[in-house]
Design a protein around this ligand. Structure first.
Ligand code: NAD
Length: 274
């Protein structure tokens, strides 16, 4: 698909959790495809936590990097679990741009502290709540707030995970359950919004080398991960971004309610054990 016919030129896109990592990559990729991009993050300087992410920055925040591509950009520092804060973001986008064509609900991630109890039978309920809030509640909240700004032809892309599709790796039990909730909510939402011409899909990444996850993969053992992936390697943020572009644009206009797993064929994931 050439950049010209992706159908994203002039589209107004909101990407949450875009201070670094996959979200930042999605924002830049969509801007290169011609979209204007608004971003949120609890800390727009979150890239500073990981040197490879910091090395990748051209400006102080991703907002400047989008503008360098010749596209309009809006940036909001807000906690995605904060209902009033997120409502203010939507109101600002409405007054600046008049609406939203594509919402990419990227905010999320698991928390893995060494020695923490992650077994589903005993994991602390506080950890479960935290994972549900950061991954699932944020997704529902942003959808509910953005939908009134959307018209026929709009697209919502929620972000799941391979950990939401297969019940392995005990460290993912709370996080994976939250991502499974994201996937199933998205099916319900696709059903509701289909008659209005608004599509809802999920991108479920596998092992993707962002700054944060690269350190986790090193602890897990990259060789073991490579054996779990049919293509024999960890994926790149760009390889997820091109799938986001597909689901955002007209090439996927008859695709809704789908979970698109971007994992290099992690065929053994379902049977692997640490
Ligand atoms: N990288 C992978 O291999 C992988 C695999 C499966 C799923 N995912 C999913 O992709 C998404 C991005 O992952 P990543 O690896 O880029 O993570 P990341 O931690 O590098 O980036 C997440 C961003 O979200 C922000 N954020 C976190 N909590 C927030 C909150 N409450 N409000 C606002 N912003 C908040 C962080 O500051 C950070 O900038 C997540 O939903 C993650 O679960 C990633």
């Amino acid at each position: 698909m050439s950049r010209e016919n992706s159908g994203l030129a002039g589209k107004r896109i909101l990407v949450t959790g875009a201070g670094r990592g996959l979200g930042r990559n999605y924002a830049l990729h969509l801007a290169k495809a011609g979209a204007d991009v608004a971003v949120t993050d609890i800390n727009l300087h979150s890239y500073r936590d990981f040197q490879p992410e910091a090395d990748d920055m051209k400006n102080d925040t991703v907002v400047g990097d989008i503008q360098d591509l010749g596209r309009a950009a809006l940036g909001y520092e807000v906690d995605a679990t904060d209902q009033d804060g997120m409502a203010d973001v939507m109101e600002s986008i409405r007054s600046e741009w008049g609406g939203i064509d594509v919402l990419v609900n990227n905010v999320g991630g698991g928390s893995y502290s060494a020695g923490a109890d992650t077994l589903p039978s005993t994991l602390p309920i506080s950890d479960l709540r935290e994972n549900m809030e950061r991954n699932f509640v944020t997704t529902v909240l942003a959808c509910q707030l953005a939908i009134p700004l959307m018209e026929q032809g709009s697209s919502i892309i929620n972000v799941g995970s391979q950990a939401g599709e297969a019940a392995v790796e005990p460290m993912f039990s709370a996080y994976g359950s939250a991502k499974a909730a994201v996937a199933h909510y998205s099916r319900f939402l696709a059903n509701e919004l289909g008659p209005r011409g608004i599509r809802v899909n999920v991108v479920a990444p596998g092992y993707i080398a962002t700054g944060r996850l690269s350190t986790v993969f090193a602890e897990m053992g990259e060789e073991r991960i490579h054996k779990n992936v049919a293509l024999g390697r960890i994926g790149t943020p760009a390889e997820c971004a091109s799938v986001i572009e597909f689901l955002a644009g007209g090439a996927s206009r008859y695709v809704t309610g789908q979970i698109l797993v971007v994992d290099g064929g992690a065929l053994n994931f379902a049977t692997s054990r640490p």
